[in-house]
Design a protein around this ligand. Structure first.
Ligand code: CP
Length: 294
């Protein structure tokens, strides 16, 4: 699983079905020994740990790989690193990398690769847990209004979520500073326009590490201009939910007191990360022939 674009609506629903089953208590174990390595060239708490928990729940053998202690630090390329792991007997890798579409350097690798996030490009496993969270709440996607708010331009979460939700029949709108939005403005609204309309408010982290220029506003201004304040939360529809992929800049994208409010599903998303990733891993293991890099 590299991008959401590679999946049809039916393909996404198939993974979602299995994620729902895992969230309902289904268990599964791989046959024989399956060795898996998680290669995180960018920092992570949720994605890395929940992949590891999912792998262990499925009975996979997790082989530790820390970039800092690997031969990457001696200049070994990504291709040579993954080819080495494949040669040693790793059966599946999860990779997070700062380079968009890093897999284009991995032609010739014959083990499944699951994308744990590539630069500003894609974050498909985050999307699957987001879909699971939305489905648990509403039991459908068709006709739902989803507002994706914040640093859209630098967000792989936004790219993958918008692609999947569009395929599944949701209406997707965007909000945030206009200079952080590169899409079609017909789907762009201010947060105050969006709030009373949306069923799902998906807030995004400001990706400071991906910004090359200073913003025209301060971090202190951001919450008041573009973020979810307590006053704005009161204007949301009665059953609307708040999501955020996290990590959260508390008091910036969202008032800190709202992070665990009644309509917040932020920690539910993290819990669902394990179930969604179990479904993704299970699918990758069953795939014959193995995933080929485009
Ligand atoms: N949401 C997400 O990808 O979090 P991590 O960076 O902690 O994995």
């Amino acid at each position: 699983m590299l991008t959401i674009q590679d999946f049809s609506k039916e393909g996404l629903l198939q993974i979602l079905d299995e994620a729902i089953a895992f969230s309902d208590g289904k268990t599964a174990k791989v046959q024989g020994e399956v060795f898996v390595a998680n290669l995180f060239f960018e920092n992570s708490t949720r994605t890395k740990i929940s992949f590891e928990v999912a792998e262990r729940k499925l009975g996979m053998q997790v082989v530790p790989f820390e970039v800092e202690h690997s031969s990457v630090k001696k200049g070994e390329t990504l291709y040579d690193t993954v080819k080495t792991l494949e040669s040693i007997g790793i059966d599946l890798v999860v990779i997070r990398h700062s380079e968009n579409e890093y897999w284009k350097n991995l032609q010739g690798i014959d083990i499944p690769i699951i994308n744990g996030g590539d630069g500003t490009g894609n974050h498909p496993s985050q999307t699957m847990l987001d879909l699971l969270t939305i489905y648990q709440e509403f039991g459908k996607f068709e006709g739902l209004k989803v507002g994706i708010c914040g640093d859209v331009k630098h967000s792989r979460v936004a790219n993958s979520a918008a692609e999947a939700l569009g395929k599944l029949g949701a209406e997707v709108y965007f909000s945030g500073p206009e200079e952080w939005f590169a899409g079609d403005l017909k789907n762009f609204r201010t947060i105050d326009e969006l709030l009373p309309e949306v069923d799902v408010l998906m807030l995004l982290r400001i990706q400071h590490e991906r910004h090359s220029e200073a913003s025209a506003f301060s971090v202190e201004d951001y919450l008041e201009k573009y973020g979810l304040t307590k006053a704005r939360e009161k204007r949301m529809k009665p059953n609307a939910i708040i999501m955020h992929p996290a990590p959260i800049n508390r008091g910036v994208e969202i008032d800190s007191d709202l992070v665990e409010c009644e309509r917040s599903r932020i920690f539910k998303q993290m819990k669902n990360g394990v179930f969604a990733r179990m479904a993704i891993l299970n699918r990758a293991r069953k795939q014959e022939p193995r995933i080929k890099i485009k």
